[in-house]
Design a protein around this ligand. Structure first.
Ligand code: HEM
Length: 135
């Protein structure tokens, strides 16, 4: 099965079983990195957190579909923007990994080795794009 179908299938399981996962994803992020929570103090209605997460999902799907041009543009430009929000280096990878972990947990016994491999490949691409470009 193609990478894009494997990602779509796992994300379909996620939305069917867990609905809106914004709360789950950020709870996990702030449990691991409590210092990040204060960055979102201005986001009183959760709108920024919601749209950030949906952009991240879109990037992952775009990378799975290939060639990932949209993801490349968004991740690279957001990486630069996030420097101005004091988001430490390495956090994009953390965020994408949390999305995979939440998806895997919710999929439970329906998570397959092929899904694991598809996610590993997409996360490797996302991680590569999250590195700063050489000056
Ligand atoms: C742990 C990792 C991350 C942290 C801590 C973080 C933090 C933030 C913060 C604090 C803001 C609000 C900035 C402001 O308006 O003052 C923001 C906005 C945003 N972030 Fe992130 N970010 C992370 C990862 C990502 C990733 C991986 C993406 C996309 C692929 C992304 C996309 C966005 C977008 C599009 C916005 C603007 C949302 C809007 O205003 O509608 N972020 N992020």
């Amino acid at each position: 099965m193609a990478q894009t179908d494997l990602l779509t299938d796992s994300l379909t399981l996620l939305s069917e079983r867990a609905g809106d996962v914004t709360g789950l994803v950020y709870a996990r992020l702030f449990a691991a990195y409590p210092e990040l929570e204060d960055l979102f103090l201005m986001d009183t209605d959760g709108g920024v957190r919601g749209s950030m997460l949906s952009q991240a999902f879109e990037c992952l799907m775009d990378l799975a579909e290939g060639p990932g041009t949209m993801a490349e543009t968004v991740i690279r430009s957001e990486r630069v923007n996030h420097d101005t929000y004091d988001v430490p280096a390495g956090m994009f990878e953390v965020f994408f990994d949390i999305i995979r972990d939440v998806t895997k947990e919710v999929a439970g016994s329906d998570w397959s080795p092929l899904m694991e491999a598809a996610w590993a490949s997409v996360l490797a691409d996302a991680s590569r794009l999250s590195q700063p470009l050489p000056a």
